[in-house]
Write a protein that binds this ligand. Structure first.
Ligand code: AMP
Length: 249
């Protein structure tokens, strides 16, 4: 079974994000970039499926600038067999990304596509769902457990108030939640081996996909700074302030 994993290059989760002075976006100059954490979980799940003998090949794909090859090499070091970069320096909408992923799905014909539930840069949480709609494949989002049996995959989903298990016919789309697994670290020998694994570079044009956007970002602003708090001397004073100043009780 071939598994396709979509990974996104994002600002590292440890970085304190700064907004550009002209409010046109987030400042990415000299900022550490990494693989989106939910995509690391997606790669890990594919590798575990291969270790169990369920998956035979793992193809990892990203859509982004030339530098996104770094994240593909990381995925190759973690156990993916080959990589595809759809090169685009533009800021793409989720729909454009989903259309490009659909073109890669058509080309690669995977049985299972695993994505992160959400990219931590724009928090869209929609690419997997859009890809499912475009490809006509069933979807199991927010997966905390994935079990492939024959031509079906059982996906346990983290939903409000509990867990829901759905059974999907393959080919299917799965998006990963935090508790699905704990990703491994790449070993030095595997990082070295990953340099020799195949990495194909495609373009949106070559895939016949227009990435023209109908969205325009008008302004990006940092959240308002929080004002300093105060210390109260007694519970009575606290209650008085909550009642009369904050008016919350
Ligand atoms: P989002 O819908 O943007 O929150 O992203 C959800 C998931 O879609 C990510 O975790 C990735 O698996 C996938 N994805 C989003 N953008 C890209 C991209 N540019 N390249 C590859 N995969 C992506």
């Amino acid at each position: 079974m071939k598994v396709l994993v979509a990974v996104k290059r994002v600002v590292d989760y440890n970085v304190k994000v700064r907004v550009k002075a002209d409010n046109s976006g987030v400042d990415l100059a000299n900022v550490k970039m990494s693989m989106n954490p939910f995509c690391e979980i997606a790669v890990e799940e594919a590798v575990r499926l291969k270790e169990k003998g369920v998956a035979t090949e793992i193809v990892v794909v990203t859509i982004g600038p030339t530098t996104a090859q770094e994240q593909l090499r990381t995925a190759l070091a973690l156990g993916a067999d080959r990589a595809v970069l759809v090169e685009s320096a533009e800021e793409l909408t989720s729909l454009a990304v989903a259309k490009l992923l659909k073109a890669v799905v058509d080309k690669e014909q995977p049985q299972l596509v695993i994505l992160g539930k959400q990219a931590i840069d724009s928090d869209n949480n929609q690419t997997g769902q859009m890809l499912a709609a475009l490809s006509g494949y069933p979807q199991g989002t927010f997966a905390s457990r994935v079990e492939v049996t024959g031509d079906k995959v059982a996906v346990t989903r983290e939903i409000d108030g509990g867990l829901q298990t759905v059974s999907l016919s393959l080919p299917a789309i799965v998006t990963t939640d935090l508790r699905l697994n704990e990703p491994r670290y790449a070993s030095l020998p595997n990082i070295m081996k990953a340099k020799k694994k195949p990495l194909e570079v495609l373009t949106p044009d070559a895939l016949g996909v227009s990435t023209a956007s109908t969205n325009k970002t008008l302004k990006v602003e940092a959240p308002a700074a929080r004002s300093a708090g105060i210390k109260v001397k007694s519970v009575a004073e606290l209650v008085e302030k909550l009642k009369n100043e904050a008016k919350v009780i």
